[in-house]
Write a protein that binds this ligand. Structure first.
Ligand code: FAD
Length: 403
């Protein structure tokens, strides 16, 4: 029994390597843990390990601004993100963990007729793919969030595209929930274990070198987000990915006053309010390549300017904390879930600044690929060779980016 702060049981075992495994997933972020969970649950329960160089929840899965949505336009993207949205809706029951899934709505603001037309088109595409979308005019936005700066000289607010089923999910609970659920299905979660090399024999990956020694595996899945290009280089691969820093910000706690997620693409700013009352917000990536999980001062200024342009009233709010995470920016803004030219080696990468919302579907689709050697039906477009073929899926996603 728990007494005070003693007697707590770990949510998952502290596993040590005991290969050979059928599958090793490199990277214990949201995507790696979800992959292991769905592999164990849906695809035959073989011997599975997740190796993580740090601790569970230390990467982007615990550093993002928690927004989930499926408001995409292109046929390569929308079915995948809607699949993810549906998995979020059943996640807490599925993994038996309170992840604070909150479908409070995601509102993208627009400022002119051209943007309005683009949003109508996107809303229709979403509805055609079974998602939900509602176009709001300026009055309807005003009724919902009266304190926005509607008459800004540069970006007057003309309305917004609302996805009522979008919202937020507590990010680190997703990591802990998937880790616990995967562990209970027998997955070994090996923390403080960094992949340092790949062993290839006769063109086939047979295992990984790690800081805890060699671990043999039948198949290896890379899910290292911001470090994807580094680990792929161990297999001699150069990915169409650059790593950048993205920062997030949380204010002191305030009484509830924003009941949805608002994105202001024109000003590079988006915001929601956590259940604890803190304003959670962010903006653009830092404009240089980096593998460091920390950002720089000019972006803080830029994000705060965006916030003041949209909501002058937050000028007197105090910033409590901020941090940076590592974005694996693909060249068309869309991800890769595919096998690599090395037999037995598979890649899950290129999530840019929008991979949290993809966590369940990414795990499901990567598990499907690893188990069956064919893409899941909702992820057929996410091929590695699409850049060479010119079949790019050019959609940056709707965060703080202008459209
Ligand atoms: P991670 O948690 O980073 O997992 C990758 C893991 O691989 C890490 O734990 C790392 O330590 C490990 N690793 C790396 N190299 C090795 C190695 N050699 N050996 C072993 N392990 C290794 N997305 C949204 O959808 N909505 C948002 O609101 C949102 N906001 C964001 C805000 C910020 C500030 C940031 C930083 C990101 C945001 N994102 C958002 C993006 C999202 O967080 C990421 O795309 C997603 O979390 C990446 O997948 P992951 O969870 O698996 O990554």
């Amino acid at each position: 029994a728990c007494r005070g702060n003693t007697g707590w049981k770990p949510a998952w075992r502290k596993a040590e390597p005991s290969g050979p495994y059928d599958f090793i997933i490199v990277g214990g972020g949201g995507h790696g843990l979800a992959t292991a969970y769905y592999l164990a649950k849906r695809y035959g329960g073989k011997r599975i390990a997740v190796v993580e160089k740090g601790w569970i929840g230390g990467g982007n899965v615990g550093r993002n601004t928690t927004i989930v949505r499926s408001n995409y336009l292109l046929p390569g993207n929308e079915p995948f993100y809607e699949c993810s949205m549906k998995l979020w809706e059943g996640l807490e029951q599925d993994i038996n963990y309170n992840a604070m899934v909150s479908q409070r709505g995601v509102l993208n603001l627009f400022h002119n007729d051209a943007q309005r037309a683009a949003y109508i088109r996107r809303g229709n595409s979403m509805i055609l793919h079974g998602a939900d979308a509602v176009l709001l005019d300026a009055e309807a936005v005003r009724e919902k969030i009266p304190f926005l700066n509607f008459n800004d000289a540069r970006f007057p607010i003309k309305g917004g595209l609302l996805q009522p089923r979008g919202g937020t999910v507590r990010h680190d609970a997703v990591a802990w929930g998937y880790a616990r659920a995967a562990d209970r299905l027998g997955v070994d979660i090996i923390e403080n274990c960094e992949m340092t090399g790949l062993r290839i024999e006769q063109g086939r990956a047979v295992g990984i070198e790690t800081t805890k020694g060699f671990i043999a595996a039948g198949k290896i899945g890379l899910a290292c987000a911001g470090n994807s290009s580094r680990v792929a280089a161990m297999a001699g691969l150069r990915l169409p990915i650059e790593s950048h820093v993205l920062q997030a910000f949380v204010s002191e706690g305030l009484k509830p006053f924003i009941d949805c997620v608002v994105t202001f693409g024109a000003g590079h700013f988006y915001i929601s309010q956590s259940d604890k009352g803190g304003l959670v917000f962010g903006g653009d990536i830092d404009g240089y390549n980096s593998y460091a999980q920390r950002g720089n001062l000019p972006v803080i200024e830029d994000v705060c300017e965006g916030g003041m342009a949209l909501m002058p009233r937050i000028g007197r709010v105090r910033l409590l904390r901020h941090w940076g995470g590592l974005m694996d920016m693909s060249m068309d803004g869309s991800p890769i879930i595919d096998h690599t030219p090395v037999d037995g080696l598979y890649l899950n990468a290129g999530w840019c600044y929008g991979g949290f919302k993809a966590t369940p579907a990414s795990g499901l689709c990567f598990a499907h690929l690893l188990a069956r050697d064919e893409p899941h039906p909702v992820a057929t477009a996410y091929r590695l060779d699409r850049f060479a073929r010119g079949a790019v899926i050019d959609e940056k996603g709707m965060g703080a980016q202008p459209n």
